[in-house]
Design a protein around this ligand. Structure first.
Ligand code: BGC
Length: 607
């Protein structure tokens, strides 16, 4: 139980506020909307409790000072007190899920799947601390992280947000990340948000926002498990999952939200809905609001339609379909978080200790990210001592991801779906730039056409996926799986177009195999580095490779890859997901014969 939330002083302050609030002020507190949909004046006029930036939604030129100015204006409006308005600071939220990567010049850490391979809780806590400072540098208070999904089917487009398919690995990280972010609610802390409650990684066929079919015991040992240490560590907020459990949407699930999370697990913070997540509960918006509030959602992430939301909730209370005690409970939880976290005692964002701090994107922060990259790499194959590279070797570097910081970072970087190229990852280092810096003779040829047996001793080929986020990263063999999910889910489903139809890399990206083949045909040993948000079926690429490294989505610090390829550091990473031999994954998984490398696999230089 987060002790600060039940502290007597906190509850006295919250009670005092609650006693003085009108219904409109309470409903406003329960509302969060997107920055593009609301002005500062409206924040005051409608008593709005929170504003967020959706993925890629950035003010001005997207540098920390632009963010601080924006947060400052919202805060100032929320703190004006007069006869119609109480001074209650807004809480500003964003998706800093691998560093504050929406912002130009941020330190971008490996996505969670890579951190899962590091098996290093201390490192994770340090990453959270750095992330926290880079969030505070922008004047924001709250990150929608960590994702505690246990991704059971790597066809899910959000697999990279999951530390592991093994719940115990996710659980072992959960408290460390929360503690690193919230840091005893000190002046360098931000509010954490556990997501997505619950079973987001268990959907059939890995369909984003799909259906998780499991009995309660299975749900608990797999998907609930990681939340327990995170709640014990004092996590202040939880976000609900778009997915459904045994057909019923989590957003309207009273048992999951009120009974299991709040009562049984003792979660005393507040629960927020996901982006317009209640819209899929019912055709009628007021019905949707009623179902979600009564299920126990406290704050509502409403991207644009916040006025209909305010009106709808007010009408429901007036009609007696939502009780005042439910409203008071929601507002008490929201205010308790704001008070306990010290938001009422902080100066305006422009005057806070870490706002615009020069440590944003600094070398010391990047060093933590570089360490994470080094530790996340998993060596799957190394024949004839292809690795480590010798500095004196004449090295050809190739592959479409070799000089592309955007692809290294993946989704949720500057834009929701991520970026391509090096320009937007300010201060980042591509794998090519890092290898060129470390080696004596490094030649770039993205498509490998310059490969020449007489000129090159070895080639490093960096291949893999391009960035994606959420359902846009799903792999769906055909549309039947959507029809199946649709028939199981009560309510509506949001469907985004998928990344591809197969987990086989040579089908998704035939150009990668061509590049490898064209170089190995010239009798040049090939080291393959795979940049991807999940394991893929790479049997053909592996066969042609002398060495093969899974690098996940390493983020801005490509130098971490060079550190290990040149042997300055040994490999450390171990698979936190099984590596597939074929497309039999998730519910289609038949047995160990479908696995190429099990969880825990990873080679080293030292034997
Ligand atoms: C995602 C959440 C995210 C939210 C706010 C949603 O689409 O599912 O994980 O926190 O957007 O950007």
């Amino acid at each position: 139980m987060p002790h600060l939330l039940i502290d007597g002083k906190v509850s006295a302050r919250v009670s005092d506020l609650l006693d003085r609030m009108s219904l409109d002020q309470k409903i406003g507190q329960m509302t969060q909307t997107e920055r593009l949909s609301i002005t500062s004046a409206e924040v005051k006029q409608f008593h709005i409790g929170s504003v967020l930036s959706g993925g890629g939604s950035c003010p001005g030129d997207n540098h920390p000072s632009d963010w601080v100015a924006m947060c400052d204006a919202y805060w100032a409006a929320s703190m004006e007190e007069d006869a119609d308005h109480l001074a209650i600071p807004i809480i500003y939220g964003l998706d800093a899920i691998h560093g504050n990567a929406n912002v130009l010049g941020a330190t971008v850490f490996p996505h969670n799947i890579g951190l899962g391979a590091c098996n290093d809780g201390d490192l994770l806590q340090r990453i959270a601390q750095v992330s926290s400072r880079e969030i505070l540098a922008t004047g924001a208070d709250w990150t929608f992280a960590p994702t505690l999904a246990v991704a059971e089917d790597i066809r899910w487009g959000r697999s990279y947000e999951s530390y592991s398919a093994d719940p115990s690995i996710v659980a072992s990280y959960a408290d460390r990340f929360v503690s690193g972010l919230q840091n005893n609610y000190g002046d360098d802390a931000v509010v954490a948000c556990l997501k997505h409650w619950v079973g987001d990684g268990g959907t059939t066929h890995g369909i984003d926002q799909g259906e998780t079919t499991a009995d309660l015991a299975q749900l608990q040992i797999t998907h609930v498990l990681p939340y327990i240490p995170a709640i014990e560590a004092g996590a202040l907020t939880v976000m609900v999952s778009f997915s459904s459990w045994n057909g019923d949407k989590c957003h309207g699930h009273e048992f999951l939200i009120s009974d299991l999370l709040k009562e049984q697990l003792g979660f005393a913070g507040f629960v927020i809905s996901d982006w317009d997540g209640i819209d899929y509960l019912a055709d009628d918006y007021r019905d949707a609001i009623r179902l979600a509030v009564n299920a126990g959602v406290d704050m509502f992430m409403v991207s644009e339609t916040w006025k209909p939301f305010l009106g709808g909730l007010r009408t429901l209370v007036n009609l007696g379909e939502v009780s005042l005690s439910r409203i008071d409970d929601a507002v008490r939880r929201i205010l308790s978080v704001k008070v306990a976290f010290g938001l009422f005692d902080k100066p305006r964002p422009a005057e806070r200790r870490w706002s615009n701090d020069t440590s944003f994107g600094c070398a010391a922060h990047r060093e933590v990210a570089r360490e994470a990259v080094r530790k996340s790499l998993v060596l799957l194959k190394n024949e004839e001592n292809a690795l480590p590279l010798r500095r004196s070797s004449r090295i050809l570097v190739a592959g479409k991801n070799v000089d592309n910081c955007g692809h290294q970072c993946g989704g949720f970087t500057v834009a929701w779906q991520g970026m391509s190229g090096n320009d937007f990852v300010e201060g980042g280092t591509s794998v090519y730039a890092a290898l060129a810096d470390a080696g004596d003779s490094v030649e770039l040829s993205v498509d490998g056409s310059l490969a020449d047996e007489n000129k090159h001793d070895i080639a490093v080929v960096v291949i893999g996926e391009r960035p994606y986020a959420e359902g846009m990263g799903d792999i769906r063999a055909n549309d039947d799986v959507l029809v199946e999910a649709g028939s199981q889910i009560k309510g509506k489903m949001k469907v985004l177009s998928a990344y591809g139809r197969s987990l086989k890399l040579h089908e998704l990206h035939p150009e990668d195999l061509q590049t490898i083949a064209s170089i190995s045909e010239k009798n040049i040993p090939v080291v393959v580095v795979l940049i991807s948000g999940r394991p893929l079926v790479v049997n053909q690429e592996l066969r042609l490779a002398d060495a093969f490294v899974a690098a996940w989505l390493p983020g801005s610090e490509g130098a971490g890859v060079a550190d290990v390829l040149f042997g300055d550091y040994d490999f450390h990473g171990r698979l936190s997901f099984a590596w597939p031999k074929n497309e039999c994954v998730g519910v289609d998984f038949k047995g160990d014969e479908d696995i190429l490398y099990p969880i825990g696999y990873g080679l080293n230089y030292a034997v």
